[in-house]
Design a protein around this ligand. Sequence first.
Ligand code: F6R
Length: 236
Amino acid sequence: MKIQTFASYEDMSRSAAEAIAAVVRAKPTAVLGLATGSTPIGTYRHLVRMYQEGTLDFSRVTTVNLDEYIGLSGTHEQSYRYFMEDHLFRHVNIDPARTFLPDGMAPDPVAEGHRYDQLVADLGGTDIQLLGIGFDGHIGFNEPCGEFVKPTHPVDLDPSTIQANARFFASEAEVPRRAITMGMGAIMGAHRVLLLASGQGKKAVFDASANGPIVPQVPASILQLHPDVTMMFAEG
Ligand code: F6R
């Protein structure tokens, strides 16, 4: 595991975007595993800039996102599909038909999880998986619990996650209580993992994930078992 520390969020974001761009340049048909939340926004901004500068081509890239809220359609402004359109997809030359997220409106979220895992498997896994990390150590929406869950699956969000995500909604009551998340199987199946964390509030959970015991109560700690992980931390 490589740990990289940056003085600023901006420096981390540029470096993360360069790492993703390097994957796409080496393999124009790359499959990118993507995340939402506030942390990767700077990374997406730099990827868009590279596209605009003509140094990055998304035309043959495929993306698979980590998660989606259950009950929100892709046109809902707080859906993760909407987020991705807003921050990346509609600003670059990606084929919309090659951008995938779990379907939050699927009538059977368990079956949707299986479908999504099959999709990721059929794509050959992700070439690089971008991750943020929750204050409770979650990756995707794999919340702390008694075991590492392998398949993509529906989850009840932790009260702390609902509270943390309330900033994107008009009120905490509007935050969906459930999501579908990529499981640890697909995350650990990525050829390479890039985890980003920013700010002193994430320092303790970042350190516990990188150096603490590998336990499902700190879901990101499983990454210690992956052969090619870079964890980036921005001090400010
Ligand atoms: C988002 C996701 C989550 C976030 C995490 C951190 O797709 O899977 O695990 O990465 O909640 O969110 P921010 O970056 O908003 O602190």
